[in-house]
Design a protein around this ligand. Sequence first.
Ligand code: KG4
Ligand code: ZN
Length: 358
Amino acid sequence: MLILGIDTSCDDTSAAIVEDGCRPLSSVVNSQVKLHHPYGGVVPELASREHLKNIVPVVEESLSRASVSFRDLDGIAVTVGPGLVGALLVGLYYAKGLALAHRLPLVGINHLEGHILSIFLEKDFPSFPFIAITISGGHTSIYLVEGYGRYTQMGQTLDDAAGESFDKVAKILGLGYPGGVAIEREAGEGKKDRIKFPRAMLGPESLDFSFSGVKTSVALYVKDWKEGNKDTGSVTLADIAASFQEAVVDVLVRKCLKAVQETGVRHIVVAGGVACNGRLRERFSSEAVQNNLQLFYPSARYCTDNGAMIAVAGYHRILNNERMDLSQDVRSKFPIQDLRPLSRGPAQEERQNRDGMP
Ligand code: KG4
Ligand code: ZN
């Protein structure tokens, strides 16, 4: 079964063809990083205009790289939220037009479900249940995943997303946009224990996150540092980057371990753009060894936004007989709790038969 997946939720125009919800035949991503770079963040109006320019060629390229035509497709999956309204509208209305023109089933997908299921594009994927931590520029959440469509949110950020804090701190440090990669590179030369930036744990039971405090703390520190105040003399820019990165990684890893303790689930999927971070992976790996956990990372191209993960989610929802009502609109906010659970339908059984997965 061939599904075209389309995602235009933020600043990447992406489309992919995925076979049977697990084999990517193509994945095309047109990144707008250069366009937004001078502004130090995504400018929604510019993003929408750029999606409009790129959506047709990106979808066509995804078909040609997979050597398929619209006639070969079995359905279209498109992100309806959460994300930037103007950006989402471009993908959704183009997908609606394609579905009507080519008489194809269409499903609207929650972007967060896409990130959770992105691991099924890899050869190495976990059995259910697993813990998924999705860490990106727009979201930071921990889920208990008990099956396709069966997600319980255990924690989420109360303010900035982890990636957003990397981007904002990179701006404060003058490292440019997007901030995650720039901070990781700078941090490589620095001492991670040089400055003790705050870790917001929000109480012993909480699995929620808050990253706005650490960002403010870095901003105040940098002000002192630039003015040569207090004992900041020998501190380098790299030390600040490394200490900030450590504070964020520390909270992410500790909260995830708490979710493991609470559920007894030992398989962890780490997804979203920030999952590319080397220090995060190092910390997770050492905890995995100590606590007998099994870690799963989507490859970098499926960690960041992509249409392939949307096609995976679409495959299961189309097999579950879901269809989008063409009057449905985008949803800038779309909590995962609002998703309809998938019945234990053919998609799961088929996959179980093929892979021996529970
Ligand atoms: O998943 P993604 O591509 O888009 C969203 O849905 O937001 O994630 C982008 C975010 C950005 O905030 C970027 O700074 C962050 O992921 N990021 C990283 C790294 N690579 C990307 N953060 C930390 N370390 C990295 N190596
Ligand atoms: Zn995303």
